[in-house]
Design a protein around this ligand. Structure first.
Ligand code: WT7
Length: 658
């Protein structure tokens, strides 16, 4: 533990541990683990579809499915097609019916020290009322409902209320701009939006409804805006369209029967960045999704609902929040921690304070957050009692062994296994990791495909590459939580994931290696998608935002290696006419990107240039831009239309730094 020595001793211990290649599950963990031996992988591999069907029984079905996988029309796979189900029943009603209504679903903590315990019975009461309130406004099966809310219990209630009436939700991360919300409502033809008066962040209050209003005016499909009262701010309301959620709920009946929905009924759309400027509407359905998130949540995190307290530090606006704050934990009847704020407000030890307060036993976060905590130093976690923690997890990007070891020693006290979980918005749930009671962990290496999952590393023709060699990561067998399509864009779905190696091989978009034991290390994206602090960002989307600034002629965005955030956004910008870039313009462009997309897409670095390296067909060669930005010798330039540009650019960059 950090308290057991000085920072120097810690540094020395971490240095020594760097040579340890594998960490076996400690006996104290294995003894109580749900899965303590490795047989489950082989058991599932014998008949994966049947094995998943077995796992699906853990949910509550109105009509139990007799069909597992329908693969008659690849790559449009379906699961459990003759089953009927309702996600809000699985997540709430059945726990109340089983007598567990008094169990806390969320220990919620506000930024200013507020606390609210929300039980399963509380959720049941509120979800019923909110479902009724939505229906009273004519919202029903198949109508898309946007959700733009901060990390407050109402966001969970809103998602479950939509699920209850069969209205697919479309949650937009609270850190995105109002413009992004508008765009996502437009693309999905949302009929309603659920938002909030204002949101709090690090001691400040930002109006949300007012900024949404400013851009939302002209969407014909958007009939209703529900406003949750959170901060009590004065809020503009448009007669006939806008309604306070608490008033709508008070007017709704106390009881509401969940709709009996087919397993393949759409549960939600979640927009994620792709390699073009237009975000992809990733569509997930109900029965398969719940099967995948419930199984992986329970067994990867070894959760026992009666004993454990689960803390996932993500935001509900990302897939991690959908699957591992809302649907997985609630399907399993687990008690969770939900925190409204930032990891460094009101102080840099707030997560650890909340672990102590709530008695958290399993904690799940992103490598970028761990690196930030490392920077802040071990004194912050050392102030709090973390002795109840027994398992840790990471997600979102590769974790460097140093950060892994710091997490293991300082947060986990050397006794907690760590699961490094690889998955994507598209996969919906964890695909590659270690089962913590049954498999060794190797720092920096995610692990093996989970039971029922077939992952491989292949070459351009789809042939497996030798163990240890780099190749494309692919998934060769359908899994229940897989995306079903891109919303209203089947062609783009086929084109993005299945055109390269055919309709039976899902191309992930990551480069990876597999070792002799089948452990996969994920190297990074192979497309023009960036990963900043574990958040996916599209170079094309940021470029189009920069170019929409009036003085910009052209822009090229790349991801630059970054010690803290994994990658950071660097932009090469060509200005109109004879304009010369300066600090003021740099700040203006950064702000412009924040308004168009959101703060996290802002370029960390802007490099002014007069030209860009392009192929003869006009394609920007980002590989060369990355070489320049990272100060490497530039690679092969023979395919460039004008190789002289590289010398110019290099001079520009060294001039900038000088
Ligand atoms: C991409 C998916 C899954 C929720 C958060 C991100 C990268 C994710 C890992 C990991 C190495 C990882 C991949 C993947 N990624 N987890 N454990 N090790 N890389 O979801 O925005 O859909 O991004 O994140 O590149 O393709 P996402």
């Amino acid at each position: 533990m950090a308290g057991a020595g000085t920072e120097e001793q810690l540094a020395q211990r971490l240095e020594e541990l760097l040579s340890v290649e594998r960490f076996s599950p400690p006996a104290a963990f294995t003894e109580q683990a749900l899965i303590a031996d490795d047989g489950v992988h082989a058991a599932a591999a014998a008949d994966p579809a049947a094995w998943w069907a077995e796992q699906a029984r853990a949910l509550s079905w109105f009509q139990e499915p007799t069909v597992a996988l329908d693969d008659s029309n690849p790559p449009f796979y379906k699961w459990f097609t003759d089953g009927t189900i309702n996600a809000s029943h699985v997540c709430v009603d059945r726990h109340v019916e089983a007598g567990n209504g008094d169990r806390v679903a969320f220990h919620w903590y506000g930024e200013e020290g507020e606390q609210r315990d929300v039980t399963y019975a509380d959720l049941h009461r509120d979800v019923q009322r909110m479902a009724g309130a939505l229906q009273a406004r004519g919202i029903g099966r198949g109508d898309v409902v946007g959700i733009f809310l901060p990390m407050i219990p109402e966001v969970v209630v809103a998602m479950l209320a939509c699920a209850r009436i069969g209205a697919p939700h479309n949650v937009v991360f609270g850190g995105f701009s109002a413009e992004s919300v508008r765009e996502r409502m437009e693309f999905s033809d949302a009929k309603a939006l659920i938002t909030v008066d204002a949101a709090r962040r690090k001691g400040k209050t930002a109006p949300v409804k007012a900024s949404v209003d400013a851009v939302m005016g002209d969407l014909p499909a958007l009939e209703s805006i529900f406003v949750v009262r959170h901060t009590g701010e004065d809020t503009p309301m448009t007669e006939g369209r806008d309604i306070w959620m608490h008033e709508a709920m008070a007017a709704a009946p106390a009881e509401h029967e969940p709709e009996e929905l087919p397993a393949e009924h759409p549960l939600f759309i979640l927009y994620s960045s792709g390699s073009t400027a237009k975000p992809k509407g990733i569509l997930h359905t109900t029965g398969g999704y719940l099967t995948g998130v419930a199984w992986t949540h329970k067994y990867v995190f070894d959760l026992k609902p009666e004993e454990d307290v689960w803390f996932c530090s993500a935001d509900v606006g990302w897939i991690t929040g959908h699957s591992y704050i809302v649907y997985g934990p609630l399907a399993n009847g687990v008690t969770s921690v939900m925190y409204e704020g930032a990891p460094d407000y009101p102080h840099k030890g707030i997560w650890w304070e909340l672990c102590e307060k709530s008695g958290a036993t399993v904690f799940y976060t992103a490598p970028t957050a761990i690196r930030a905590c490392m920077k802040w130093g071990p004194a912050h976690p050392a102030e709090f009692d973390l002795s109840r923690l027994r398992l840790l997890g990471t997600v979102g990007e590769p974790i460097n062994p140093k950060a892994w070891l710091w997490y293991h020693e300082v947060i986990g006290g050397g006794r907690c296994p760590i699961v490094d979980t690889w998955w994507q918005t598209e996969t919906a749930h964890i695909m590659i990791t270690t089962l913590p009671g049954a498999q060794d962990a190797k720092p920096g290496i995610a692990g093996t495909p989970l039971p029922g999952i077939d992952a491989a590393v292949v070459d351009e023709d789809g042939n497996e590459v030798p163990r240890g060699s780099q190749g494309l990561l692919v998934l060769r067998r359908p899994w229940p939580g897989m995306l079903r399509t891109l919303y209203r864009d089947d062609d783009r779905y086929v084109d993005t994931y299945w055109s390269r190696l055919g309709p039976e091989t899902y191309v992930v978009g990551d480069a990876a290696k597999m070792d002799d034991e089948g452990y996969v290390s994920v190297i990074g994206r192979i497309d023009d998608v960036l990963n900043v602090s574990g958040h996916r960002m599209s170079t094309a989307e940021i470029e189009s935002a920069i170019v929409s600034h009036e003085v910009v002629a052209e822009a090229a965005v790349i991801g630059q290696a970054d010690e803290d955030t994994g990658q950071s956004v660097a932009a090469f910008v060509i200005l109109q006419g004879d304009l010369v870039g300066d600090d003021e313009l740099e700040a203006a462009i950064r702000e412009h990107v924040a308004v168009r997309i959101g703060k996290l897409a802002r370029p960390k670095r802007i490099i002014w240039t007069d030209d860009l390296p392009k192929t003869r067909s006009g394609k920007i060669m980002r590989r060369l831009l990355r070489d320049i930005a990272e100060g490497r010798a530039v690679g092969d330039v023979t395919t460039l239309r004008d190789p002289a540009i590289m010398a110019q650019l290099q001079a520009q960059v060294s001039g900038d730094e000088g």
